[in-house]
Design a binder for this molecule. Structure first.
Ligand code: TRP
Ligand code: ZN
Length: 871
């Protein structure tokens, strides 16, 4: 940890590994006070390595105790090897040999949640990206692939279930109450996909028959109390397996597929070969405890990790700069899966909203980086929205440019060419080039250039010639280390719509130049362009729409995404006008045209409730912040609250009707239609409560009491908890706690609702909650629920002008950095945006960054983020 200036690793320095490991045999003696790991590595020099006769260099964490080291049975003395800062070096080794190494670990003291650690009494591992080097000495890099055989030995009562990758091939019992199981994974894999689990776990079992008729055992493990929350994950897994066969022609390749739910986990889930390990928040689902959003997350993450079996495991990354090769492609795959299982348009709206708020913000921050970064200090800091979400958009653009059929041929070729290999994003694009015969050289700038491109579109209509011309200019702002950007190759899906709503043209344009003109003949009336349909490229689009044109597109566009987007553009413009009025001290006004447009939407009972709910949601404060030249926290909040309450009051009857229309007595199901009805119902309830009229808070309270599912209960709970009726609010906060105190995931919601409460005294409330027994600073889910929610969803208070919110966060980060550097670095994100704020706030944020910088014992994780932010 005490590295003051961690090394920077560069993509251009990549060298093939000097040594390969054909087999890795592991034996874990799991005990309460320690774990002994015996590793036998069958090592050969790599014929493809540039330098021959290199010393053997293995990665190994400093905290790991080396007990014994031998080569071909010969014990090595201390003078035969060197151990220094994360390495073990052995000179003069033969060409082929077996290295045996015994290390001693202290999993119960491992709070980093990397390597081998304990979560609620069970042993588990997290090896991606560089956690395996905390277990034993190893060439812990993804281009070294090895066949693993793993034996676990542990107390039979405490740890009846012993799991690792592949198939169980042998097991037995010792006299001392201990038992053992040996697992063989036939597929060579990089060390980051290694996993083990040992614990007293309950199991839901099912099976799946692959297209070729093989039967696969499906097992989902969790703590016994959560056994009733595994059905949805199991159904999602089976759906994902079928979908990957049908859409990508990919079958599963082992006889067993296991998922284990753990409560202490840094991220969402991990695709370890045959043995996925999941954050409980991404696998447990039950109507009474899980919201609709939670159900959809479980479905998406289960699918995501399953899809990695091909896009990540069978074909893996050559080095960590290629992370988006597996993550971007797999996010694209899981997004398409979710779109097929639910509503395609709604899924697209949700994903684009995330991209526009969070990824665009990252792209304009000091941590901005290309989808394929060029350098890093700590790779854990690059599991980002850019690598995942923008990476998925890049794959989506390839899909759009080639069309579904060629894209499938390209993915087939990619899997066929590179099965069993560790490859690069260039290899992925090369397969798409081969099948399409296209040159994608320019397209690859999407991988190498950071920043969000800007498209400026203007047009001209010649009525006599029936000619319509579009001029598109592209540019991309500078980002760290990249002052000048080259133009991108991108698909621009577009429609031309007549004033009365008829579609005159629909098609796909390809942009390659800095400025390009497109001419459309035979256009008999002046059209309104529906640009970037389906968000065909991850760019900021500028076109000077009139309010009337946006209202027309909102009513008539045949592209559902652009219908929604037209409404968003209009709302954003109106909100920005009110922000200006607020700053100028003028009264704000709510547009009658907007009210009438919303009234029409609300009265249109033929509209899909899910779509309607999306259209009637104002852009979030986070998104308005991303769009602002300089973020004015107070103006954004005031303008949005003004619009929200105005629309609430003006359409009170309509909200009530929508509420009643969607308040059916159906049995809970998390399908797209029911989810859509609940989202409209709860949105309508929120607007009703926003009128601050008496009956509606009572309605919320009634819904809270009568609901049979967490979606409705939590929505009502949050409205009451944030209301000014403190008596009722306190009563429900207590009742909710009493009801759910033993459900850890529900308690996260309880914390988040309070952390995002916008009323005065918010900081004092979160300070007090951090002392509450349900809070546990070692559990990342709890940290996200309290600290993450306060800093991300309570801008008013986090950005208090006196800097108190910033100081509180910095205090936490310094404390957490000692314990879990990955989480500390992630929670730091809001402070990295300091340049976007007014001088007073920017100064306060800088003070806290500098305070961290001046701390001597920073992890590489936090050091990288803080130092880059101050640059
Ligand atoms: N590969 C995981 C995914 O599917 C990401 C992940 C899980 C991870 N745990 C991690 C990354 C810990 C870094 C550290 O997206
Ligand atoms: Zn992933």
């Amino acid at each position: 940890m005490s590295v003051k200036q961690p090394n920077t690793i560069y993509l251009e320095d990549y060298q093939p590994p000097a040594w390969l490991i054909s087999h890795t045999k592991l034996r874990f003696e799991l005990e309460e006070e320690q774990t002994l790991v015996r590793a036998q590595l069958s090592i050969q020099s790599n014929p493809a390595a540039r330098d021959k006769r290199m010393p053997l260099e293995l990665f190994g964490d400093e905290g790991m105790e080396l007990c014994r080291l031998s080569i071909d049975g010969q014990i090595l003395e201390a003078c035969d090897y060197q151990r220094e800062a994360g390495y073990l070096r052995i000179n003069n080794v033969p060409d082929t040999f077996v290295l045996e190494c015994v290390t001693r670990l202290l999993p119960h003291e491992n709070t980093t949640l990397e390597g081998l650690y304990k979560s609620d009494g069970m042993f588990c591992t997290q090896c991606e990206a560089e956690g395996f080097r905390r277990i034993t000495f190893f060439p812990d890099r993804p281009d070294v692939m090895s066949v693993f055989s793993t034996t676990l030995v542990a107390d039979k009562c405490l740890y009846p279930v012993l799991l690792s990758n592949g198939n169980p091939v042998d097991s037995g019992e010792d006299d001392d109450g201990r038992h053992w199981v040996t697992w063989d994974d036939p597929w060579p894999k990089p060390s980051y996909l290694f996993a083990l689990v040992a614990g007293d776990l309950a199991l839901l079992e099912d099976s799946f028959t692959t297209l070729s008729g093989r039967e696969v055992a499906l097992r989902i493990y969790a703590e016994r109390k959560d056994l009733d929350k595994l059905d949805y994950a199991m159904q999602s897994l089976k759906n994902a397996m079928r979908w990957d066969e049908e859409v990508y022609g990919r079958e599963y390749d082992l006889d067993i597929y296991m998922i284990v739910a753990v409560d202490f986990f840094n991220m969402g889930a991990m695709e370890n070969k045959g043995l996925n390990i999941f954050n409980t928040s991404c696998v447990l689902a039950h109507p009474l405890t899980t919201t609709d959003q939670g159900f959809q997350r479980v479905e998406a993450v289960v699918a995501h990790e399953y899809f990695h079996n091909w896009s990540g495991n069978r074909v893996t990354c050559r080095d960590w700069f290629q992370l988006s090769l597996k993550e971007g492609f797999t996010v694209f795959r899981d997004a398409e899966f979710s779109a097929d299982m639910n509503s395609r348009t709604v899924k697209r709206i949700e994903d684009v909203t995330l991209l526009r708020t969070a990824q665009f913000a990252e792209d304009s921050s000091p941590m901005a980086h290309p989808v394929r970064p060029e350098s890093y200090m700590e790779i854990s800091n690059f599991y980002t929205l850019t690598v995942y979400e923008k990476g998925a958009e890049v794959v989506r653009m390839l899909h759009t440019l080639l069309g579904a059929e060629l894209f499938r041929q390209g993915s087939d070729l990619y899997f066929e060419r590179h099965d069993g290999q560790a490859v690069t994003t260039d290899d992925f694009v090369a397969a798409m080039e081969t099948v399409s015969g296209r040159d994608l050289t320019q397209f690859k700038r999407w991988y190498s250039q950071a920043g969000t491109p800007r498209l400026q579109v203007s047009d001209q209509y010649d009525a006599r010639a029936c000619e319509y011309r579009l001029t598109v200019r592209q540019s991309c702002p500078p980002s760290p280390g990249q002052d000048h950007k080259q133009p991108y190759h991108l698909p621009l899906a577009l429609g031309l719509v007549a004033e009365d709503g008829t579609e005159l043209y629909a098609g796909l344009l390809e942009l390659t130049g800095e400025e390009q003109e497109f001419c459309f003949d035979n256009i008999k009336q002046c059209p309104v362009p529906s640009l970037l349909r389906g968000f065909s490229a991850p760019v900021k689009l500028e076109y000077d729409y009139s309010d009337a044109q946006l209202l027309m597109l909102l009513r008539h566009d045949t592209d559902g995404f652009n219908r929604w987007d037209a409404g968003q553009r209009l709302s954003i413009r109106l909100l920005q006008e009110q922000m200006q009025r607020y700053r100028d001290g003028q009264p704000m006004v709510c547009s009658e045209a907007l009210i009438e447009a919303w009234r029409q939407l609300l009265n249109d009972t033929a509209l899909d409730p899910a779509m309607l709910a999306q259209c009637l949601r104002l852009p979030s404060e986070a998104q308005l912040s991303e769009l602002a030249e300089q973020i004015d926290v107070a103006a954004i909040h005031a303008a949005r609250e003004f619009m929200r309450t105005s629309l609430a009051a003006a359409l009170e009857q309509e909200w009530l009707q929508a509420y009643q229309r969607c308040d059916t007595n159906e049995l809970y199901a998390p399908d797209a239609d029911a989810v859509g009805r609940r989202s409209l119902k709860n949105l309508a309830l929120a607007y009703l409560v926003a009128t601050e009229r008496e009956p509606w808070l009572a309605l919320a309270r009634q819904q809270y009491q009568q609901s049979d599912n967490m979606t409705d209960q939590l929505a009502a709970f949050a409205l009451v908890a944030h209301s000014d009726d403190r008596e009722t609010a306190e009563e429900l906060l207590q009742a909710f706690y009493q009801q759910w105190q033993h459900e850890s995931l529900v308690m996260n919601q309880w914390l988040s609702v309070q952390a995002s409460d916008p009323r005065d005294g918010a900081l004092e409330r979160v300070v007090a909650l951090a002392q509450h027994p349900v809070f546990d600073m070692r559990n990342p889910n709890k940290l996200r629920a309290l600290i993450g929610a306060f800093c991300g969803q309570n801008a008013q208070h986090f950005h208090a002008e006196d800097g108190s919110g910033y100081a509180w966060l910095a205090g936490w980060i310094l404390q957490l950095d000692q314990q879990n550097p990955q989480i500390a670095a992630r929670l730091l994100t809001p402070l990295t945006r300091w340049k976007r704020y007014d001088p007073v706030r920017a100064g306060q944020m800088q003070v806290q960054l500098q305070r961290m910088m001046d701390t001597t014992e920073l992890s590489a994780d936090v050091y990288e983020v803080v130092s880059k932010s101050l640059m």
